[in-house]
Ligand binder design. Sequence first.
Ligand code: FPP
Length: 238
Amino acid sequence: MSAEKKIPQHLAIIMDGNGRWAQQRGKERSEGHIAGMEALRRVVRYAAEYGIKYLTVYAFSTENWGRPREEVEALMGLICKGVEMEAQQLCENGIRVVVIGDRERFSAEVKQAIDNIESMTAAGTTMTFVLALNYSSRSEITTAVKTIAGKIERGELQASEIDEKTISQALYTASMPDPDLIIRTSGECRLSNFLMWQASYAELYFSDVLWPDFDRDAFNEAMQVYAQRDRRYGLVKK
Ligand code: FPP
């Protein structure tokens, strides 16, 4: 396999540990999210430098609404401000931003910021940066099932015609390749409702580093470990 093939085409990240990072420093959890935002800005740059074509980050899960009100508000503010502040630079760097998840629950302000960044960056070809916002795999799959059932009801599709492609194409990620590598930081080893259909053959990498501390060395190490993985997709090695 060539060195080029050993770089993930699609990297997905569960950015975890902002709260613990803040707690260790006697700060508010929201300060951990601000530091997490800085880490994200760095990682977008590293990913683009590596030539990764798709970077997906789990920025807000459907479960996160259950956090204390002040924390949810702080996260919404950060997402809104972050999206507004970064749009120009992402656009200049040819980075296309796509949001996956159910955006209906967001305020008009957040929805507007998301719509703006998507349209501003739509022509970018360097890398697609996917923000999972109010996202969970189960709700994504439930929505997909409803879409497919609607097609059957309208006579546009026969139940017997449903195959894996039908399902993939009904997901938010329809036009994207599946993730090759999923990184989760902070020592937690689970997928937490993230890209569960798409992750079928993804390599998983768990780092003990808390997300705000995820620096170039931590990123390089993840890339090195991925490059050494032997992906067989259920086949035997030639
Ligand atoms: C998990 O850490 C992190 C989050 C729930 C939020 C991540 C969001 C950002 C980094 C900002 C994203 C902004 C944009 C514009 C995409 P945690 O709070 O669960 O940490 P803990 O497990 O230590 O409590």
